[in-house]
Design a protein around this ligand. Structure first.
Ligand SMILES: C=CC(=O)SCCNC(=O)CCNC(=O)[C@H](O)C(C)(C)COP(=O)(O)OP(=O)(O)OC[C@H]1O[C@@H](n2cnc3c(N)ncnc32)[C@H](O)[C@@H]1OP(=O)(O)O
Length: 261
């Protein structure tokens, strides 16, 4: 399928790389971008070969500088709600993918860009990356999950500090706050992301899906139901062929050969 504002590639057979591609506006997120992200993530969801997804931005300056401000300028309150709902639907597709997702933040990840990164399971940042929710400086608040996902990742106090001031933090601070998993030089970012995705892709696809579901769905529950849900996911592993192979390979002192069944 042809895309105009994103780029899509499969590398090393199992790794999907989706690149936000509007470099002239620092990969600002417009309606077309949400439509194409929706289409590409549907394509990824249907492709059983894919075991990890990397989401990044084109160029060396930005992952994404957020929602396209020139589109926001024209929105009524009703249209703003529809814009946020379109973003929500795309984000929900990303969050519910059964395979791990990695945001490779190659520069600014602001507003909707930071929100998109927070929908991914893991975040790697280049040393020049800068993150924040600066919507308050435009007289608005985050509408793509920023008030919720940021608070869950860094805590309510730090989320309030970022959202109330619009302050942008460097990658190193984002790492100290737990907002990104790792910081690497820009020229090593994609190599690091592909290496991490490759390491994940050596595992069993259905077992990765169960691990992701146990963590994500469990974290929306109280502890006791979450622990019971983990038990169901753990038991689900024993219904896979891959768990036989994993255990057998350990006992035979060899590397497992998973078939993703
Ligand atoms: C509701 C949810 C939201 O996401 S609201 C948007 C939240 N994001 C922001 O407020 C960030 C806006 N951008 C900036 O503050 C700056 O661009 C910067 C700090 C990220 C980088 O500054 P710098 O001076 O290095 O670059 P420019 O400002 O000159 O940007 C280059 C080029 O990109 C256009 N652009 C940047 N961000 C956006 C955006 N969010 N929407 C639309 N366009 C954007 C900027 O206008 C420049 O275009 P040009 O035609 O060259 O003027």
């Amino acid at each position: 399928m042809g895309y105009s504002v994103i780029d899509y590639q499969i590398v090393q057979d199992h790794i999907a790389v989706v690149t936000l591609s509007r470099p002239e506006s620092l990969n600002a997120l417009n309606r077309q971008m949400f439509i194409e992200l929706g289409l590409v993530f549907s394509e990824i969801e249907r492709d059983n070969r894919i075991k990890a997804v990397i989401l990044t931005g084109s160029g060396s300056k930005a992952f994404s500088a957020g929602a396209d401000v020139s589109e926001l300028q024209r929105l009524s309150a009703v249209e703003a709600r529809n814009f946020a709902l379109a973003a929500y639907r795309t984000q929900d597709q990303i969050c519910s993918l059964p395979v791990p997702t990695i945001a490779a933040l190659n520069g600014y990840a602001l507003g909707g860009g930071c929100e998109l990164a927070m929908c991914c399971d893991l975040r790697l940042a280049s040393e020049n990356a800068r993150l924040g929710q600066p919507e308050i400086n435009l007289g608005i608040i985050p509408g793509g999950g920023g008030t919720q996902r940021l608070a869950r990742l860094v805590g309510v106090s730090r989320a309030k500090e970022l959202i109330f001031t619009g302050k942008i933090i460097p990658a190193r601070v984002a790492y100290e706050w737990g907002l990104v998993n790792r910081v690497v030089p820009l020229e090593e970012l994609m190599e690091t992301a592909i290496k991490l995705a490759g390491e994940i892709a050596t595992k069993s696809r259905p077992v990765l899906a169960l691990a992701k579901s146990a963590i994500d769905r469990g974290s929306d529950m109280d502890l006791t139901p979450a622990l019971h849900y983990e038990i169901e996911c753990f038991a689900g592993c024993f219904a896979t062929e891959d768990h036989h192979e994993g255990i057998r390979a350990f006992l035979e002192k060899r590397v497992p050969r998973y078939t993703d069944r």
